[in-house]
Ligand binder design. Sequence first.
Ligand SMILES: *Cc1c(COP(=O)(O)O)cnc(C)c1O
Length: 464
Amino acid sequence: MHPTTPYQRNAHEELTALLDAVTEYAEERIRMEPPLDRPRTQEDLDATLGRTITAAGVGGAEAMRLFADELAPACLSTDHPRFLSFIPCAPSDAAVMFDLVVGASSIYAGSWLEGSGAVWAENQALRWVADLVGMPEQAGGAFVPGGTIGNLSALVAARATARHRAPEGVRPWRVAATGGAHSSIASACEVMDAELVGVPADDLGRLTGPALRALLEAQGPETFFAVVATAGTTNFGIVDDLASVAEVCRDLGVWFHVDGAYGGAGLAAPSVRELFAGVEHCDSFIVDPHKWLFAPFDCCALLYREPGLARAAHTQRAGYLDVLNEAPDWNPTDYSVGLTRRARGLPFWFSLVVNGTDAYTAAVERTLEVARFAEEEIGRRPHLELVRERDLSVVVFRRLGWTPAQYQAWSDAMLADELAFVVPTTHQGETLARFAIVNPATTEDDIRTILDTMDEDPAGLIAR
Ligand SMILES: *Cc1c(COP(=O)(O)O)cnc(C)c1O
């Protein structure tokens, strides 16, 4: 006798039970105020759960119980309003719900032939982003898993283009950026065996045209295949001087890539839009809607001014793919590293359609308002000090008199209490506190509550 296959098993009454269990859980998670939760150790999970994958299977009810009772509480809720570490993820209800629909739909979104409806909708969402940036009508790209793959894909397209245009015998191998550029740029250069050359930042920590021009001219602009400007550095939210950088790139004929993985969302907010002047000249651009545009993981919008250049660099060729490559269709897979793709732009598209773009502007402005409040509140407290004036929604500050160990103990204690998740950062060797505010549910009260824990008696907190 053959064992039942997963399909046969689910075809019976178990399907109904499983469907109820899964949809009830999802519904409850969507409706609830999420708990912050906390990490557990490998040993603890091993001891509690043992082997979960067995020859006979444990059935849906038990599998859901394992997840709901043991595993989910061991995962931090990145959408908790006091999760302010790294860059949180605060998807809209509509986006979360539609993620369930995408998961249920078995859509292959790598090619137009297989996923035309999804690709068409994703392209509308990309167009909204391209309009915020000010990119021309022919601009286009794809949704990729994250900023890391987005940056790598853009740099691969930039290098292929530069090689094609370079004089005989020259193979451009360098990328220019400041030390504030995201770690994924160094990682992409490593993958590509390219050299990342550091440009000195100005007093505000920004990449500027004059410093870039001096470096490119000294080292030979023809040896560079891309300049990476950051529109919102991860640690501080610094927006480079895009207009002057764009001018140098145009003068010297070097590809201008803008990494807006975190900060690109600020384009939707009139109060900070001015900081991005010049972004419209970029050759490629990324923003992660899973950071500050209310989409669930994993979602990065990657755009090219001239998509044909990216297609030339990225299209994979194989006999079994000829049927796709020979059609004049828009195949998202042609614009990035990777072949198979989930329709990961659809939850973002759906939420834009449901809520309208004004709601996005309002939500981004709301987070900026809370960041402004945090900055002011830090200024009002004598034992706290702002490290740098804020460009966007990241606020970095010091607690006067604290050692690195005290910052860590403070952060650990807040997580152990499930009060907040705020890990320290470092800058120029100094340990500091940092808030990244991208969740419209984060309030002034949340900020006050966290800052209160840094008040008079750190010893009491630290001693625990
Ligand atoms: C987060 C971030 C990245 C990397 O994006 P992932 O989605 O984490 O891969 C790249 N650049 C900047 C500026 C970022 O903030």
